[in-house]
Design a protein around this ligand. Structure first.
Ligand code: COA
Length: 155
């Protein structure tokens, strides 16, 4: 196991069993806009090739963030997919998703995962149409009441 000890302190990799406590720490005293700003800055630094925006005229009308798994570059996750209200149902989400899977594929990614709320029908339909299949239903994936489908695309 990777880890270093100093007195009673153990430093180790995050595990699934740490989810509740780490999430509580991550959310302590932080408001939502700040959290989003941190996410955008960090993903722009970590995954610039797969952080894509859709621009109409001079306005950003959507974005998607993909990231390649560090320990297994054949796998990736799409972490965000968002089209601005008023610009939906025009094919922008489809174009973003195709562009993201295309770039990830160019980077030799073979399998792409994402999560989606089962009740988010527009998103589930989009992903199914673009070849993502439901891999599992994870109850309380993001905490109580936040079940998620894990969906998978394979080249
Ligand atoms: C999910 C989401 C990204 C889809 O974006 P979108 O730009 O509306 O997606 P598309 O336009 O490509 O496809 C949506 C629908 O419009 C239809 N459509 C596409 N182009 C069209 C056009 N020119 N005219 C009419 N309908 C059109 C598609 O066929 C699709 O129909 P369906 O849902 O009945 O199958 C968007 O709803 C969104 O941002 N939701 C909020 C954030 C979210 O839930 N993200 C996913 C988290 S996992």
């Amino acid at each position: 196991m990777m880890g270093t000890t100093a007195h009673e302190l153990l430093i180790r990799q995050y595990r699934d069993e740490d989810f509740t406590e780490v999430t509580a720490l991550e959310s302590a005293g932080v408001h939502e806009y700040y959290r989003s700003a941190v996410f955008v800055r960090q993903m722009a630094a970590l995954s610039p090739a797969t952080f894509l925006v859709a621009v109409s005229g001079t306005t950003v009308v959507g974005f998607t963030v993909g990231t390649i798994v560090q320990d297994d570059p054949a796998q990736a996750w799409i972490l965000r997919m968002m089209v601005r209200d008023g610009f939906r149902h025009q094919g922008i989400g489809t174009a973003l998703l195709r562009a993201a899977t295309g770039v990830l594929h160019e980077h030799s990614v073979k399998t792409i995962y994402l999560t989606v709320a089962p009740k988010n029908e527009p998103a589930v339909r989009l992903y199914r149409r673009e070849g993502f299949e439901q891999e599992s239903l994870q109850p309380a994936y993001f905490g109580g009441g936040e079940d998620r489908f894990i969906m998978k695309w394979s080249s």
